[in-house]
Write a protein that binds this ligand. Structure first.
Ligand code: R5P
Length: 304
C-alpha cells in the first residue's frame, strides 16, 4: 500500500480556471475523445491540415504513383499531417511507428467497372478503433443512382462514431455527368454536416467556393482532383484556404508530381504558413532543383 501523502495546500485561488472553446468550426460540443482525434488531423496551431490521400486503389487498383506505396509514399509520410488510406495498405505497408493521424477509408464496394455510387460500409468501427485511427471517411453521392444508400452509409458511421468518439469525414463525390458548381457543393456539403459528419471533403470551384465553406457548419477540406501543373495546384490550394477551407486532402497532385517531396512541402507552406502561390512555387522549384543536384552528385560518385 502506498504511503499516504499530505493533502495539497496550493489551490491557486487568484487564477481562474480557463474554459476555452475548441479550435475547429462547429466542433465545440463534441466529446473529448472526438476532439482529441480531430487534433490528430488538424494542427491546433493553425487549425488546418494537409491530408495525403493514397486510397485510390480501393476502387481503381494500382493507380499511377501508387504502384509501390512502400517506395513512393513512405518518404512523403512525415510531411503530411494525416494519411487517408485503406486498412489494407495501413496494415501491410505503413510502419506502426507512424505518429501522424490516420483517416481510414470506410466505404467501398464497386470498382471502376461498375456504378461507383453503389458503395456500402467497408470497415467495422471495432477495426477502426483497433487500428487507432483518427477518423473514418465515407463517400456520399448526392444526385447519384445510390444517393440514399450512400447517405445512409454515412449516418450509420456517424452513429457508430458518436458512440465511440470517432469522427466521420464525408467525401462529396460528383458523378461524371453532373455539374460541379457552387449550388451542387452547397447542397452536398450541407447535407453531410446536417446529417452529422464532423468534417467534409469537397472539390474547389472557381466561383462561389466561399459560399460552400460559409454554408457548411463544420470544417471543409479541399480534394485535390486530377493532376494539374504544380503552380495551378498551389493556386487552387491557396484560393481554397483563403476562401474558407481548413486544409487540403490531396493525392495525385502530390504523388504524381515530378518532385513529390518538394510539392508536399510547398502545399504545407500554403496551408500552414499562408504562402501565396508564387512563394510556394518558388519553394517547390528550389527544393526540386536541390534534389536533382543531389541525385546528379550521387550518380557521379557511383560512377567513380
Ligand atoms: C477518391 O475517391 C479518393 O478518396 C481520393 O482520396 C481523393 O480523390 C483525393 O485524391 P486526389 O487528390 O488524387 O483526387
Amino acid at each position: 500500500m502506498p504511503e499516504a501523502d499530505k493533502e495539497g495546500k496550493n489551490y491557486h485561488l487568484d487564477t481562474p480556471v480557463k474554459s476555452e472553446g475548441f479550435f475547429l468550426k462547429g466542433s465545440n460540443s463534441l466529446d473529448w475523445g472526438m476532439k482529441n482525434r480531430l487534433s490528430h488531423i488538424f494542427n491546433p496551431k493553425t487549425g488546418r491540415t494537409v491530408m495525403l490521400a493514397i486510397d485510390h486503389g480501393y476502387f481503381q487498383g494500382p493507380t499511377t504513383g501508387l504502384e509501390r506505396i512502400d517506395v513512393t509514399i513512405l518518404p512523403l509520410m512525415s510531411y503530411a499531417d494525416t494519411l487517408m488510406l485503406t486498412r489494407g495498405i495501413l496494415r501491410t505497408t505503413i510502419p506502426p511507428t507512424y505518429s501522424g493521424g490516420i483517416v481510414i477509408r470506410a466505404s467501398g464496394g464497386p470498382s471502376v467497372l461498375k456504378d461507383l455510387s453503389n458503395e456500402q460500409i467497408a470497415v467495422d468501427i471495432e477495426d477502426a478503433l483497433r487500428l487507432h485511427v483518427a477518423a473514418m471517411a465515407v463517400q456520399i453521392f448526392i444526385g447519384g443512382a445510390f444517393e440514399t444508400q450512400s447517405v445512409h452509409n454515412m449516418t450509420r458511421l456517424v452513429d457508430m462514431g458518436t458512440r465511440y468518439g470517432m469522427p466521420v469525414l464525408a467525401v462529396t463525390a460528383v458523378g461524371k455527368d453532373m455539374a460541379r458548381d457552387a449550388r451542387y457543393f452547397r447542397l452536398a456539403c450541407r447535407i453531410s454536416a446536417e446529417l452529422g459528419a464532423q468534417y467534409v471533403k469537397t472539390y474547389y470551384i472557381e466561383e462561389g467556393f466561399e459560399t460552400v465553406a460559409a454554408s457548411c457548419p463544420v470544417p471543409l477540406v479541399m480534394a485535390g482532383g486530377r493532376k494539374i501543373p504544380e503552380l495551378d495546384a498551389l493556386k487552387m490550394s491557396y484560393n481554397a484556404i483563403q476562401e474558407g477551407a481548413a486544409g487540403v486532402d490531396m493525392g495525385r497532385n502530390i504523388f504524381q508530381s515530378a518532385a513529390p517531396v518538394a510539392m508536399i512541402k510547398a502545399v504545407r507552406g500554403v496551408v500552414h504558413d499562408n504562402l501565396n502561390p508564387k512563394e510556394a512555387y518558388e519553394m517547390f522549384l528550389e527544393i526540386k532543383n536541390r534534389e536533382e543536384k543531389n541525385l546528379t552528385k550521387k550518380g557521379a560518385a557511383k560512377k567513380k
